[in-house]
Design a protein around this ligand. Structure first.
Ligand code: HEM
Length: 138
């Protein structure tokens, strides 16, 4: 399948590899530059700004869910993506990254419109003989 080719990499759209090349699960190489001398993975790209290397090693468990909910009343499709992340502490593991995205991330600036959000505390699993939220109360 012929796909996107940039710089000196063999990356194709079908492969799903990072712009720096190789395979789908290859770690992105943020230092590699293309033939034009520019970083193959843009300085304002989502993957660079969201990567753990740029965020004090912060990682989050992410899951996106697409939704469509008919028309929004003005003839447009009411559709979007629920971005769901499970993090240790939103103050260190979510908000700083979101703030960076809001200022610099061209994916967010060009394509995302934030409509709502929610924050939920999720207690750990229950041990034998224990109870939900035990760590909070003992
Ligand atoms: C609707 C909005 C979003 C879209 C369409 C989107 C899309 C993507 C895509 C295509 C990737 C690269 C593929 C992958 O590694 O799985 C990615 C990576 C990532 N995104 Fe998003 N994203 C969105 C919102 C967010 C938000 C709000 C955050 C957090 C504040 C975020 C955090 C991350 C992280 C941490 C990575 C992994 C970076 C890495 O380790 O290389 N994303 N996103």
């Amino acid at each position: 399948m012929q796909g996107l080719r940039r710089g000196s990499t063999d990356r194709t759209k079908g492969e799903g590899a990072p712009l720096s090349g190789a395979k789908e699960f290859t770690a992105p190489d943020f230092a590699i530059r293309g033939n034009d001398g520019e970083p193959l993975i843009g300085m304002e790209s989502h993957v660079r700004l969201a990567h753990a290397d740029q965020n004090d090693g912060v990682r989050m468990l992410r899951r996106g869910y697409n939704y469509t909910d008919g028309s929004e009343g003005l003839g447009h499709l009411d559709a979007g993506l629920f971005f769901i992340a499970f993090v240790r502490d939103p103050r260190t593991h979510y908000v700083p990254m979101q703030m960076t995205m809001a200022k610099e991330d061209v994916l967010a600036l060009e394509y995302l419109k934030h409509t709502s959000s929610g924050l939920f505390a999720v207690p750990p699993g229950v041990k034998q003989g224990g109870f939900l939220g035990e760590g909070l109360f003992t």
